[in-house]
Design a protein around this ligand. Structure first.
Ligand code: FES
Length: 75
C-alpha cells in the first residue's frame, strides 16, 4: 500500500514500493530513490519531483485533513 503525505508548507511525500509515477502519456518516470517527494508549490526545477525550492519561495499551504486537529508535522 502506498501513502501520500501532504507536508505542511511543502511537498507530497510518497511512500511505498508498489507505486509508479507516469506522465500524461502513461510513460513511467524513473524514480531516483524512495520514498520520493512531488512538488506542490510549482517552483521545482525538477518537476514533478520536489527539489526543496518551496523553502526558498516561502510556500504556505497547511490544510490539515481534519481542520483544527492541531499541528503535528509528519516526517
Ligand atoms: S514542493 Fe518542494 S519544490 Fe515545490
Amino acid at each position: 500500500m502506498a501513502t501520500i503525505t501532504v507536508r505542511q508548507n511543502g511537498s507530497y511525500r510518497v511512500d511505498g514500493d508498489d507505486v509508479k509515477l507516469v506522465d500524461w502519456n502513461g510513460n513511467e518516470y524513473q524514480i531516483p530513490k524512495r520514498p520520493f517527494a512531488l512538488c506542490r508549490c510549482g517552483a521545482s526545477q525538477n518537476k514533478p519531483f520536489c527539489d526543496k525550492s518551496h523553502t526558498q519561495i516561502g510556500f504556505q499551504a497547511a490544510e490539515a485533513a481534519v481542520p483544527g486537529s492541531g499541528d503535528h508535522p509528519a516526517r
